[in-house]
Write a new protein. Structure first.
Lengths: 224, 346
């Protein structure tokens, strides 16, 4: 899958590329507004990661141009400006998601995964992971054909881990994923233990392998 | 304190009075010498009694005349001075009133009335210069906070992303994991302080002007729902008393941040099994949580006054700024081993 990263901070681009490249993603870079505009108009991507504040122009213009051309690329805005107006503007023009800096790479990966699948598969968005089948639009999970009833949190966690396959995901990244901005204000991430414990228990009850490994002192890893 | 005009007039009057008083013996001396000379010239000799009567007469006349003219002079002087100076100093008092009404927060320059008096024109010109540069320095300082916060987000994003990558390294020791975790927490905290600073700068810069009707009861319940899971985890006893249908007009982002900050504080600074009270009616909001001892009320709402328990030290400063900008007031009290925060919609 092809991803275009339009971002002028070289180091951030390197990190994103390195994180995403291990999996099925192929990343292309554009370090400026003009370069981004060129690549966007010449090629098609599964997803575009778009920074708004570029040295030679506003990233929103690239989004506008993309929509004007009727292109189907998914767009995730990544911005240092966490302003509501920008967020609304971006989403109104047609961005699929908005992520404010700083963010965890696992969060970006999860958003990219979700955007691509939503755009390409629509209602057929079903994830197969060995004996686990996840129907994303209807938010149902089955193991070996048996339906497993998960809470909203447990479901979110499952999809989050699968979109970060074979990656160590830290506890604070998980807390931020579950609680959004509120994670900032919680002084302990203990609440995620409970959810993860329950998720593991429910999946193994129906005979699913133990994919979710605890990395002591670091976080969790969905290993396949 | 003396007013400028009264002070100069008083000195003038005292001086005039002294001169006139001193003139009485001089007049007397001159008159009597002249009289004596005339009498001698015409060989008129007065009896001692008549001479005494004459000198009394002279003294009386001189005194009466002096007093008469001096009062005329003084009254005229006072009236004239008052009229003249009122006209003369009017531009000064004008400028003074305008400076008094000046508010740096409103970003409005002051228009001084044109005057044909050189000194006042110069004064006004310099005041104008001073005010203009104050306004520009003030807004530059505010813009600076905003820009600095923005600029910091990107390097923070780089740090965070490198830490996330570092975490993927094979064969890391538990100690290395711990270091990564601690670094990550510090990055998150820096970013939080940064976001809060940005929030304050934006409130200061009046970037939340958009007003709308907000169903406060609903908003409050939504935020409580977000917190409910964490409240249960901490076994906090939640007691809510929320009147339905309380609506206010204001900026939704600000009101949301206000409620979030107060509620999250009440949750974070609570203990396991503590109490959390939330009350809303048409007059205001009360949020209370169990606490050990009274907080320092003089420092409570100041920026960076307290950074307890990993907080940013800006939460309550933001609460107060938002209340001020909405025209509300916020008050803290420690009653029955609970921290109470009262927000009044007035």
């Amino acid at each position: 899958m092809k991803i275009l990263i339009i971002e002028d901070e070289r180091e951030l681009v390197n990190s994103i590329t390195e994180y995403l490249s291990g999996e099925q993603y192929l990343c292309e870079l554009a370090a400026s507004y003009n370069e981004g505009m060129d690549k966007m108009s010449q090629y098609s991507y599964d997803c575009i990661v778009l920074d708004l504040m570029l040295p030679d122009g506003n990233g929103l213009k690239i989004l506008e141009e993309l929509k004007r051309r009727g292109k189907e690329d998914g767009v995730i805005i990544v911005s240092a400006k966490d302003s509501l107006e920008d967020r609304l503007k971006g989403l109104t023009i047609g961005a699929d998601d908005y992520l404010s800096k700083p963010f965890h790479l696992s969060e970006l990966a999860a958003r990219i995964y979700a955007v691509i699948r939503r755009r390409q598969l629509g209602s057929q968005n079903i994830i197969h992971q060995g004996e686990i089948t996840i129907d994303v639009p209807s938010r149902t999970v089955a193991v070996n054909g048996h339906e497993v009833v998960l809470t909203r949190r447990e479901f979110d966690l499952l999809v989050y881990f699968i979109s970060n396959k074979n990656k160590v995901v830290s506890k604070n990244a998980i807390a931020e994923h579950l609680s959004g901005d509120f994670a900032d204000m919680l002084d302990s991430y203990d609440f995620i233990y409970g959810h993860i414990k329950n998720l593991k228990k429910k999946l193994s009850e129906f005979g699913a392998d133990n994919y979710l490994k605890t990395i002591y002192g670091a976080g969790y890893k969905w290993e396949v | 304190m003396n007013r400028l005009l009264n002070r100069s007039l008083k000195k003038l009057l005292v001086y005039a009075a002294i001169v006139l008083c001193c003139s009485i013996p001089v007049y007397y001396f001159i008159f009597s010498t002249l009289l004596q000379y005339e009498l001698n010239e015409h060989n008129i000799i007065l009896t001692e009694k008549a001479g005494r009567e004459d000198s009394y007469l002279i003294i009386a006349m001189v005194t009466i005349l002096t007093v008469l003219f001096s009062s005329l002079l003084l009254v005229g002087l006072v009236l004239l001075n008052r009229r003249l100076s009122r006209k003369l100093w009017r531009p000064f008092y004008d400028s003074l009133a305008k400076i008094k009404g000046f508010d740096l927060n409103r970003h409005q320059t002051v228009d001084f009335e044109p005057t044909d008096i050189a000194e006042f024109a110069e004064l006004n010109a310099n005041l104008d210069k001073l005010i203009t540069s104050s306004i520009s320095a003030y807004s530059q300082q505010k813009k600076f906070t905003e820009n600095a916060s923005h600029e910091l987000q990107t390097p923070l994003a780089i740090m965070q992303s490198k830490l996330d990558l570092f975490l993927q390294e094979k064969n890391l020791s538990p100690h290395q994991y711990q270091l990564i975790r601690e670094l990550s927490a510090a990055v998150a905290r820096t970013s939080r302080v940064n976001k809060n600073l940005l929030m304050l700068a934006k409130i200061d810069n009046k970037q939340f002007e958009q007003q709308e009707m907000i169903d406060l009861s609903m908003l409050l319940k939504d935020i409580i729902d977000l917190l409910r899971e964490h409240i249960n985890d901490k076994s906090i006893i939640l007691e809510t008393n929320i009147t339905d249908g309380i609506s206010i007009t204001g900026n939704k982002v600000l009101v949301e941040v206000l409620l979030q900050n107060l509620l999250f504080n009440a949750y974070r600074h609570n203990w396991n099994g503590g109490e959390l009270l939330i009350h809303l009616d048409a007059t205001g909001i009360i949020i209370a949580n169990s606490g050990k001892e009274e907080l320092d009320t003089t420092q409570l709402f100041k920026r960076f006054a307290s950074t307890s328990g990993g907080g940013t030290g800006l939460g309550l400063a933001i609460v107060q700024e938002i209340c001020t900008s909405l025209g509300w007031s916020v008050r803290y009290a420690f009653e029955n081993r609970k921290h109470y925060f009262y927000v009044h919609f007035t």
